[in-house]
Structure formats: C-alpha cells, structure tokens
Design a protein around this ligand. Structure first.
Ligand code: NAD
Ligand code: MG
Length: 372
C-alpha cells in the first residue's frame, strides 16, 4: 500500500495495523520528522519514499536507501509522481491540512482505493470526489459507515468531546495558550486536529465530511465527553442505532486497510458496557464554540468549506506561533465567512477555482489578523 504522512498520529497507527495484518508497504511519505522516517524505512523497507523538503535529503539514511534500492522523491510534485508510479491499489492519505487535497485528487485520478484521514480534502473540495468511493478514517464517519443499512435514514448524528478547553471558565477562554489548547482529554492526535477540536472547527469539518460522504444534509452533533459514542443514525422508522467503541483510531484504520481481517481480530481493548451509565449528551454551546453558528450556512452552501478551511489554517498557524490569542481563531473564521459568504459557489467547478479562492481567503485572513 501507499501511506502518505507516515510519521503522524494516523500514519504511525496505520503502520501498526499494517504490521498486525501483514500488509506490505510499497510507498511512504513524511514531512519534517526525518529521524522517525528513517526508523520506519528501515523497519518497513518501502520501495519508494518521499519527503517534503529537499533540504532534509542529507538527513535520510542514504546507505540503507542505496543498499535496498529505494527510490527517493521530494516535495509536493515528487509526492504526486510517487503516487502515480506506485503499483499499489490502496492509498492512505494521512497528511494534515490543505496540502492533502492534491494527493487525494491524484489517488482518485489513478483509480486507487482512497482511505482518507485527510478530511480537509473533502472540506475544501468535496464535490470533486462526487461518485468516487472513499473509505473514511475518522471515528465518527467510520461509525456512520458501520451503522449504514438499506433502511431509510432520517438524520445522522456525530459526537464531539468538547476538546481541551471544554471546562475552562468562559472568561478565560479568549486568552487560552497553545499548551492549554493542545491537552486533549480523550484522544492523542496531531497538533492541528487537537486545536480544531478545542475550537469546534473539527466538528464543522466533520459535518461537511458527512455531507459529502453520505449525501445527506440532515446532520447534527452534540458533546459526549467520554468519546465512547461516536455516531448515531436515526431511521425513518423511528429507531436510532449508535456506534460505541474505545477512542482508538486503529479500529477505523483496520477496516480501511483490510475489512476482511478487521472483522475477525480485536486490535483495541474490549469496551466495558458499564461505562455507558456515566455517559451524558450536551448541546454545543456557541458561547464556548462561536464557530458552531456556521453549521446551517455550511450545510446550505457546503462549498464554503474552502473559506472555513483556509481562514482556519491561517489563524491556527498564527495561534501556534503565539502571534494571536485563542479567541482570535474563531473571530477570524467568522469574519472571513462573512466577507466571502456571497461568493457564487456554483461557479466553483475546477481545482483552479478552489486554489484561487483559497489564496484570496488566506490573504484576507492574514490581513485581518494583522499578519501581513
Ligand atoms: P499529524 O500532524 O500527526 O501528521 C501529519 C503527517 O503529515 C506527518 O507525517 C507529517 O510529517 C506530514 N505532513 C504534514 N504537512 C505536510 C506537508 N505539507 N506535505 C507533506 N507531508 C506533510 O496529523 P494527524 O493527527 O495524523 O492527522 C492527519 C489527518 O487525519 C488530518 O487531516 C486529521 O484531521 C485527520 N484525522 C486525525 C485523527 C487522529 O486521531 N489523529 C482522527 C481523525 C482524523
Ligand atoms: Mg473525528
């Protein structure tokens, strides 16, 4: 298989599952963590590898790479070449952010099976994947997929943990620090998605992800602090079913890699049913999560996901670099959405249209935050 983003949280879990299932790795890619990437190369012996930056090439374990005749690619364009030249029919996209979109489109163009953790691909350009089968690597969407039957669906529900700042007094929230926002209570994940959970941007992303994957706009979310219930499906007949499991991404990854093996083994601990007595659902409060007010607009105009994603990426980077406060992330997103809400989304048809709007939103957001 091809694994993009192998050194990240999803990437390292995907390698664990691949090892447990005995699946060979043909191609691996990573960003800046070359020390871990070298270990992965020695352990999994891929035929092709790609890194983000050419300046990191000297840090690769060249004696090993030469001895095993491993082909080396570099930069964004090299990543697309590596995908195209790989024989594998399964590709896992575990890259983070907008950088994952072009590789997702390349995987689609090559007709390979797309196992997608990179939700930003769907948030920014879901309609470019219309009709193409995608296996989601996201606990809520895996849960929805698991619950899907031929019965007629009335509504989909996904849950949120509430993120690292769910119990912080409201008055302290605007000035929360990156260290505080990165302490997720239930999941161990990459930096970006952990901050996206604290702002609730992640749940807006997931509402859009569900919209593009399942073709329904009747979608809601609520907070379930234990991350035990991931998704619920309400059927027209009045029944509701729920997907319950430990908060462990190896389960959705296993199904994406090899459904037949995933059905027959247990990779994650048994769920203690007694835990259910302590579960509580609560609504998502817009005073704590101001971006949540955007949900109806995004479901009415899902292509505005580009605006949400681009403004969020600019603000999130500035927050992690300590240039802005936590409260500025949501303020920037709301301002950007107001500024671009009249964009004629029906004119967005090609990748170039997306790229153009993405750049405009980034410039607007940076300027509004005083970064440029
Ligand atoms: P991460 O930051 O831990 O890992 C990202 C990987 O991509 C790393 O290997 C990094 O080196 C590489 N990378 C980063 N920027 C790159 C670039 N510009 N070009 C090439 N490579 C680059 O992120 P993660 O938490 O593993 O999340 C990956 C994706 O999966 C995200 O879209 C996230 O929203 C989604 N997701 C993650 C989880 C989770 O539990 N971590 C759950 C559901 C969905
Ligand atoms: Mg999720």
């Amino acid at each position: 298989m091809i694994l993009l983003g192998s050194t990240g949280s999803i990437g390292t879990n995907a390698l664990k599952v691949a090892t447990a299932f005995g699946l060979p790795i043909e191609s691996l890619s990573a960003g800046k963590n070359i020390a871990l990437f070298n270990e992965q190369i020695r352990r999994h012996r891929p035929k092709k590898i790609c890194i983000l930056d050419s300046e990191d090439l000297p840090k690769l374990d060249m004696p090993f790479i030469k001895a095993h005749d491993i082909e080396v690619f570099c930069t964004e364009s090299g990543l697309l070449e590596m995908i195209e030249s790989s024989q594998s029919t399964l590709a896992i996209n575990a890259l983070v952010g907008y950088a994952g979109l072009a590789p997702s489109l390349k995987i689609k163009q090559c007709g390979k099976k797309l196992a997608l953790a990179n939700k930003e691909s769907l948030v920014s350009a879901g309609w470019l994947f219309a009709g193409y089968p995608i296996t989601p690597i996201d606990s809520e969407h895996f849960g929805l997929w698991y619950l899907h039957t031929s019965r007629k669906i009335h509504k989909l529900y996904i849950t949120a943990s509430g993120g690292a700042l769910r119990d912080m007094p409201l008055a302290d929230l605007p000035s929360a620090t990156p260290a505080q926002a990165l302490k997720h209570p239930n999941w161990s994940m990459g930096q970006k998605i952990t901050i996206d959970s604290a702002t609730m941007v992640n749940k807006l992303f997931e509402v859009l992800e569900a919209y593009w994957l399942f073709g329904l706009s009747s979608i809601d979310a609520f907070i379930e602090e234990h991350s035990a219930i991931h998704a619920l499906v309400e059927f027209v007949d009045g029944s509701i079913t729920a997907h319950i499991s430990h908060a462990d991404m190896q389960l959705p990854i296993a199904y994406a890699l090899d459904e037949q093996q995933a059905k027959c083994v247990r990779l994650i601990p048994r769920f203690d049913i007694a835990t259910l007595t302590s579960l509580r659902f609560s609504p998502i409060d817009v005073r704590r999560y101001p971006v949540w007010e955007l949900k109806p607009t995004l479901l009415a105009y899902p292509k505005l996901g580009i605006v949400l994603n681009a403004s969020n990426e600019v603000a999130l980077r500035a927050f992690l670099d300590s240039h802005i406060c936590f409260g500025d992330i949501s303020a920037c997103i709301l301002q950007s959405m107001r500024h671009f809400e009249s964009v004629k989304t029906h004119t967005l048809t090609h990748l170039q249209d997306i790229k153009r709007l993405d750049s405009e939103v980034r410039a607007f957001s940076a300027s509004w935050l005083g970064l440029s």
